[in-house]
Design a protein around this ligand. Structure first.
Ligand code: AQP
Length: 333
């Protein structure tokens, strides 16, 4: 049976990129009736320095974001990674399956480690083997992610295949990334060649899920564009990175496609299109930020949901880890 797993790092400040590339699609998958597990990957978060109080707050805020976006703890298993120790246990085995050469090729490591690689944490380097464990400890078959995570999912497939091959088993599934929709890669509002990211130093480059209506409108008004009118066909967006990004965002927010959006707005200039986009963004995002704020008033309730989710997750993970331990040859008595 298909099983869906995905995670987001609780590193503070969810962006429109996280929402459209991940969370909104998590909700779609939950509502399609398959089994879904969604995680706050706090152990991944500490691959970069985190203040402990901020990490606690960001984990609960991310949980609030999941719930406010429409994830229902009765339909999806919602939990934080560190409460399910099987992730780390399988992650160790995968550290011994993954090759240094494979990890060396990961662009996220290169980007996040920056110039001073010697000073990056070892955890940042082995991040993809823990991510493979996050997915495979549930035998998950499908992982909805943004385009930026594609390389890590390919590595997950390589790890599963190598484990199966080395131990002569057919145990771990070869997981499919699910990268679809108009917003698999939401770009910065200031530079259409850069991913919208919570760690961009410019706040104007992104829309945060906690931005109020005025802030959203201001950021969209100031978003970089070109002087030309919008085309009525997608081919007309060729080479117009910023224009394409705003059209994609509109389409994703409206559960539509860039083709259909352009049919409607082709011929308009940005001073006409931007207010339409602001209105749509505010209409879709304000209820989420309002609900997040409300949920954050009772963090005990959030913690309870995470604890219950972790217990359910462990029920699935524990027999899979047991089997992996047997395959590897670990004696347990
Ligand atoms: N710009 C984006 N467009 C589409 N999807 C995106 N995702 C992130 N940014 C975009 C998707 O969100 C999920 C969570 O990713 P993560 O927890 O790995 O967060 P991240 O990639 O660390 O997020 P940021 O904002 O890019 O943070 P920094 O700046 O710290 O790197 C994933 O499914 C991801 O694809």
């Amino acid at each position: 049976a298909p099983r869906v797993f995905s995670g987001i790092q609780p590193t503070g400040g969810l962006t429109l990129g996280n929402y459209l590339g991940a969370m909104k699609r998590f909700v779609d998958m939950q509502d399609s009736g398959v089994e879904t597990l969604y995680c706050m990957v706090d152990m991944h978060a500490i691959t970069m320095p985190q203040d402990p109080d901020n990490l606690r707050r960001a984990t609960r805020e991310l949980a609030a974001g999941y719930l406010a976006s429409g994830l229902d703890p009765k339909k999806s298993i919602l939990f934080n990674q560190s409460q399910v120790p099987e992730h780390a246990q399988l992650g160790w085995i995968f550290n011994c399956v993954a090759r240094m050469g494979w990890l060396n090729r990961m662009t996220q490591f290169k980007d996040k480690a920056g110039k001073n690689r010697e000073n990056a944490s070892a955890g940042l380097f082995t991040y993809p083997s823990l991510m493979a464990a996050d997915i495979l400890v549930y035998h998950a078959t499908h992982v909805p992610v943004g385009e930026d995570q594609k390389q890590h999912i390919e590595l997950t497939r390589d790890i599963a295949a190598k484990f199966n091959h080395d131990y002569g088993v057919d145990f771990f599934p070869i997981t499919e990334p699910v990268i679809e929709g108009a917003a698999t890669r939401v770009m910065s509002l200031r530079d259409g060649s850069k991913k919208m990211s919570k760690s961009d130093p410019s706040d104007a480059s992104r829309i945060n899920l906690t931005d109020d209506a005025d802030t959203i409108a201001l950021k969209i008004r100031k978003a970089k564009t070109d002087p030309d009118a919008l085309p009525s066909e997608v081919e007309g967006l060729e080479g117009r990175l910023e224009a394409r990004n705003l059209v994609n965002i509109y389409a994703a927010l409206d559960d539509s496609t860039p083709e259909a959006v352009l049919k409607e707005v082709g011929g308009k200039v940005f001073s006409e299109f931007k207010p339409m986009l602001s209105e749509l963004a505010v209409a879709k995002l304000s209820p989420i930020s309002g609900e997040m704020a409300r949920l954050m008033e009772d963090t005990a309730e959030i913690d309870k949901i995470l604890g219950e989710g972790a217990a359910k997750a462990r029920k699935i993970a524990s027999p899979i880890l047991d089997k992996a331990y047997d395959i590897v040859g670990f004696v347990r008595s």
